[in-house]
Design a protein around this ligand. Sequence first.
Ligand code: PMP
Length: 395
Amino acid sequence: MSIKKRFQPRLEQREADYLYRRRPLVFSAQQPDMNINGIECINFSSNDYLGLANHPQIKQALIEGLQTQQDLSYGSGAAHLVTGHHLHHHLLEDELADWLGVERTLLFSTGYMANLAVQQTLMHAGDIILADKLNHASLIDGARLSEADFKRYPHLDMQALERRLQQAQAKHSQAMIVTDGVFSMDGDIAPLKAMQQLAQKYQAWLFVDDAHGIGALGEHGKGCFEHFGLQPDENTILVGTLGKAFGTSGAFVAGSSVLIESLIQFARPYIYTTAMPQLNALAIREALKLVKNGQASRETLQQNIKHFREGALQIGLQLWPSDTAIQPIMLGKSDTAVEWSEALKQAGFWVTAIRPPTVPQNQARLRVTLSAIHTPEQIDQLLDALKAIQSTSSV
Ligand code: PMP
């Protein structure tokens, strides 16, 4: 059968179901004002929580680096284990470990790959992965890459998790609890204190993907653990991504020396891929300085979140219990979410509609994300536009 014959009907079905995905073309990104697909709009869809993606200090560091460091290559040229591990990668890993108070960190080109690597390396046949039902797709794919059994527990349900841990004790050699720190489509935060206690009680390992918490949460931006006044212990694996609050790209795994050495030896998504460009590592080093000194931005972000939530609840929108920068407006049907997103576009706001399979059936939503660089006026304008759309919609 030809590719066309097999896939054309599937593409057509997707379109008919309002599920077709398109990539908008971004022409200018003077965040949060953007030109996307030729439309001038305010972006309420990026994960640039602190406004670092276009920060002049990072651009300046790149320019100065290129001008003053003769041997600063752009590309890394090879995998880390071959000849791709350069000075800025090395320094960045040490700086991240120092900042987080862990023994070591290990860089990956994307969070997706870091999440594949952790589960493929650590969890084997005879083990079990216990995952929150709403975990990010990369965590689900990581579980698939490992040979361990895989069971999901209802979202944030610690009693259900404990029951599964009890069952696992009899049948499995090792259990790993896997969770998003901040849930990417819902914005709520995993109850890490209870999870750490359960992990310790049942000698399970705790793997937290803090893609949306690192940089944005906690007084010093150290993410979910700092938010709850906790520190990762020796059986905790922490992933932080660098394409969100850090405004760059890539990710790191943080934890014990043995964990990091095991990943270097055995993680296929680490070993068999080119290291991120060294220049990106330099940019991340500068972003880390901004994150460390980012208390004021994190406070502004919190004020923006509060401002949006109060306004949205006042006009009767259905929000989710989230105190983070991710604020879903629940709309139910995919076609409604697409209609609202299109109407917002016409009014000058970019807010992506999120539909199944990214979220469960009948839970389509607009995923509003807030940043420290949004002004209160821009948030008010968004709320006015939402109110106008709501008055003409059946939801
Ligand atoms: N984990 C979560 C929770 C995410 O939201 C994302 C990105 N959307 C990732 C991992 C993947 O990170 P990256 O984009 O760096 O591959």
